[in-house]
Design a protein around this ligand. Structure first.
Ligand SMILES: [Zn+2]
Length: 329
């Protein structure tokens, strides 16, 4: 790894807390609570999205009590800071985290926020949380997550919709997401990852998405590309994840550079770094060595991430002054 890339101050917009727990901690926590382990904790070869998500089970199971939520959130942020990520938008699904031990949503919010305060102080990073509603839990659970997000809206920076988009198309979630929009919450949605590209336009128009998670399939439809350009909607692209979920068949065929050249705003993230055995630095390295980006173009994606970050103005101002002023050229 080029030390220049590792040392570069970074911004990450698309990263799941539940997919970021370092493997040694998953092992330690599993041992502590006597939970059997499997060799299949990571995705090392491309496979459909369904089995990929099933492998999150071992990380999900670590959330055994509220203490583990606080400790693991802090450890994940420590790992993030060690990759020189200075502004991080970390997302999690309260329903998914609560599931193993039926933890209360409010206690999950309190624990993650306490960890955030501690990590910001200890590591000098700016942290914002995005709450995820998973399509697979259904519309009622989505309403519940949006209610929680509205209740905690001063403490979080946005909401997201994730899960199987082919079986649960975006229009099903229009009502709760319109409500989130009316309440002033920023919205990003996983869309057009391995599914039909027209879902991306539906997410922009009906769910009021300001950014699109992945959106790799936009490359198949010029009308969708036009929408992304016209409404200035950045894509949160995650090259390794996109390869592992079979959104693309070969890393060299990733459309990041083509989309960038067409005028689409693109950003780079790691998605679930533990699950996919990657880091944000490694994703930058792949973008340079396999997708043909220059270091200048990497910096352009960092600038796009900054301008389209949902973080508060104070957080962005602080991060800019401390770490990103050099991009002003
Ligand atoms: Zn994701």
């Amino acid at each position: 790894m080029n030390p220049k890339i590792k040392n570069l101050p970074k911004i990450e917009l698309h990263r799941h807390l539940e997919g970021s727990i370092p493997i040694p901690l998953v092992m330690e926590w599993s041992k502590k609570y006597n939970l059997p382990l499997s060799h299949d904790m990571q995705v090392k070869n491309p496979m459909p999205l369904g089995p990929v998500l099933e492998r999150l089970f071992y990380q999900q199971r670590c959330f055994q009590n509220i203490e583990s939520v606080e400790t693991l959130t802090y450890e994940v942020l420590k790992d993030i800071a060690s990759d020189n990520i200075k502004l991080i938008e970390l997302r999690f699904s309260p329903s998914f985290m609560a599931e193993p031990k039926n933890l209360s949503f409010d206690s999950i919010m309190e624990a993650t926020l306490a960890a955030k305060e501690r990590a910001q102080k200890d590591f000098g990073i700016e942290v914002g949380f995005i709450l995820i509603s998973s399509r697979d839990y259904g519309i009622e659970a989505c309403e519940e997550t949006i209610n929680l997000a509205i209740q905690w809206k001063k403490e979080i920076i946005g909401v997201d919709l994730a899960g199987n988009e082919t079986e649960h198309p975006p229009e099903l979630f229009e009502k709760p997401f319109q409500r989130a929009h009316t309440e002033g919450l920023n919205i990003t949605t996983h869309s057009g990852e391995v599914s039909n590209p027209h879902h991306i336009s539906t997410s922009i128009h009906k769910l009021k998405a300001l950014r699109i998670g992945h959106g790799v399939q936009a490359i198949q439809d010029p009308k969708v590309i036009q929408d992304l350009i016209k409404y200035k909607i950045p894509l949160e692209l995650c090259p390794t994840s996109n390869l592992m979920t079979q959104a693309i068949s070969k890393i060299e065929l990733h459309p990041l550079k083509k989309l960038m050249n067409a005028g689409v705003l693109v950003t780079i993230s790691s998605d679930d770094p533990t699950l996919f055995g990657t880091t944000l630095s490694q994703e930058y390295d792949i973008a340079i060595h396999h997708l043909g980006l220059s270091l200048d173009q990497i910096q352009k994606t960092i600038l796009t991430s900054f301008h389209h970050s949902f973080s508060s103005d104070e957080q962005k101002k602080r991060a800019w002054k401390k770490y990103f002023k050099y991009l002003e050229k």
